[in-house]
Design a protein around this ligand. Structure first.
Ligand SMILES: [Zn+2]
Length: 174
C-alpha cells in the first residue's frame, strides 16, 4: 500500500510542472524493514513534489543540522502526524502548517532529528584546551588555550574526535 501526500493549495498545483522533485531514497529501506516483520517498523519510501522554495529551505535546514534531508523530512512528518492525533486535526492540515512553520519549530525539530550529543555525559570537567576543539553542542570552534568543559562518559572516547567538549554557553546550568 502506498501513502501519498496531497496538497490542498490550488495555486501550488499550478506550479507543479516546474517544481523539482526531492527523491529521498535511502537504499532499500522498505524491503529491509519488511524482513524484520514488525508491522509498526515497516518503512516505505515516499515520493512527493514540493515547491522549490520549500526544497531550498529543507536543504538549508538539513545542512545546518548536519543531517540528511530525508531524516529531517521524516521528523517533520512524524511530528505533524503526532500533533494531528493530539488535536484531532486533519493530517493534511497539519502538514501544511508544518511546512509554513518550519522556521518556528526549528529547535524542536533539531532535538528530534539530532540525538543529544551529551546524553551519556555524567559530569563536566573544566579544562584548558591544549589543542583546538569544537563545541559538541553548538559546533563553535574552540582554540588552544581556551577554557572549555570536558564531558565525562562511562565509555571513554576511542578517538580524539569522540571527545566531548562544550563551550561555556552550552554548559548545562543547574
Ligand atoms: Zn557551545
Amino acid at each position: 500500500m502506498c501513502h501519498g501526500v496531497t496538497r490542498n493549495s490550488t495555486d501550488s498545483n499550478k506550479r507543479a510542472a516546474t517544481e523539482p522533485e526531492i527523491v529521498q531514497d535511502e537504499a532499500p529501506v522498505g524491503e529491509e524493514a519488511e524482513t524484520q516483520g514488525a508491522s509498526d517498523k515497516k518503512e516505505r519510501v515516499l515520493h512527493t513534489r514540493v515547491p522549490a522554495v520549500l526544497e531550498r529551505e529543507l536543504k538549508r535546514f538539513a545542512e545546518n543540522l548536519r543531517v540528511p534531508v530525508s531524516n529531517l523530512v521524516r521528523a517533520i512528518l512524524e511530528d505533524a502526524v503526532e500533533a494531528a492525533d493530539a488535536a484531532t486535526e486533519s493530517v493534511e492540515g497539519r502538514l501544511t502548517k508544518a511546512a509554513q512553520q518550519i522556521g518556528i519549530g526549528r529547535e524542536k525539530l533539531k532535538k528530534r532529528v539530532m540525538p543529544d550529543p551529551l546524553v551519556d555525559v555524567y559530569a563536566f570537567q573544566a579544562v584548558t584546551l591544549a589543542q583546538p576543539a569544537t563545541c559538541a553542542k553548538c559546533h563553535k570552534d574552540l582554540r588552544s588555550g581556551e577554557r572549555a568543559h570536558l564531558g565525562l562518559t562511562d565509555a571513554p572516547p576511542k578517538t580524539p574526535a569522540e571527545r566531548l567538549f562544550v563551550c561555556g554557553t552550552c554548559l548545562p546550568h543547574g
